[in-house]
Write a protein that binds this ligand. Structure first.
Ligand SMILES: [Zn+2]
Length: 291
């Protein structure tokens, strides 16, 4: 089926009590491994391109690859823009076929963030594209932008309520104690805050910084209303380690063999995450609702 809008996918996941895995691809083969992993488990999946990846390959190459890989996939696949800060880049994603975009103006004052996010929601809705928006800044490094502990503040639930009441969002991202990158020590996830935000916004929450969270934390977050879980750092490590490991063991200069081993290692990671978040066998049921 063609790429699908994020909104109905997450509404359904939240209603059924599971989360859809969202992975940041780094090349054609990692995208293909994501879709294949989802197909093998009959699950929905979100492929989310970062601004850095778009700047590297260009919009046209990425949408071309996605249409080739997922255009006739039997499972629902969303193509999403992660942490969109540049409005021209966001508009181009909407125009060229992304089915979801994130507007992240969380480093701006609340009213400016709200007004800009509203513009994006209106533009995206006209093209049947879902929108994720954020308030409160999430800790860590995303696309070379660093948010230090002293700059990161947890999301205010009354601001979250106002933000989500005024915007028809597919997903809401909040600073709730998780961080981009690997955790040093035990992450301090604010479960009460997640629960309160979900009660007050009734909008599926996107959990950023999914790499390195224990299964217990993940399951608790899903129960509290997180319907999209982002995995990026994990993938970067498997991408590089699998390549090096294969070469060190085999010492042959056969690029396609190395790439094949890397592809299998990535697919395995994606399947583990999709299954852990409860996505297995949700694809066909969901397909009828998003088509
Ligand atoms: Zn993020």
């Amino acid at each position: 089926m063609p790429l699908v809008n994020l909104k109905p996918v997450l509404r359904e996941a939240k209603a059924k009590g599971y989360a859809v895995a969202a992975f940041n691809p780094v090349d054609y083969a990692s995208m293909k491994a994501m879709v294949k992993a989802a197909e093998e488990l009959q699950a929905p999946v979100i492929i989310q391109t970062s601004a850095k990846t778009i700047n590297y390959y260009g919009h046209a190459a990425l949408i071309g690859w996605m249409r080739e890989i997922a255009g006739d996939s039997p499972v629902p696949v969303v193509l999403h823009l992660d942490h969109g800060k540049d409005l021209d880049m966001i508009r181009k994603c909407v125009d060229l076929g992304w089915t979801s975009v994130m507007i992240d103006w969380s480093d701006k004052p609340f009213d400016i963030n709200l007004a800009t996010s509203r513009q994006i929601v209106e533009m995206a809705a006209a093209a049947n594209v879902g929108v994720e928006a954020e308030i409160g800044q999430i800790l860590g490094v995303e696309d070379d932008m660093v948010v230090h502990e002293d700059e990161s503040h947890l999301t205010d639930p009354s601001e979250a309520e106002k933000f989500c009441r005024e915007l028809d969002l597919a997903a809401f991202a909040a600073a709730i104690g998780t961080a981009h990158g690997y955790y040093k020590g035990e992450p301090k996830v604010a479960f009460d805050l997640i629960g309160e935000i979900n009660r007050r916004t009734n909008t599926p929450m996107a959990l950023h910084g999914g790499t390195g969270l224990s299964d217990e934390i993940i399951q608790k977050c899903i129960k509290l209303g997180c319907a999209k879980i982002n995995i990026s750092t994990n993938l970067k490590h498997v991408f590089i380690d699998s390549f090096i490991d294969y070469h060190q063991k085999n010492k042959k200069y056969e690029p396609l063999h190395v790439l094949g081993a890397q592809y299998e290692a990535l697919k395995q990671l994606f399947k583990e995450k999709i299954a852990q978040f409860g996505g297995t066998n949700r694809g066909s049921e969901l397909k009828s609702k998003v088509a």
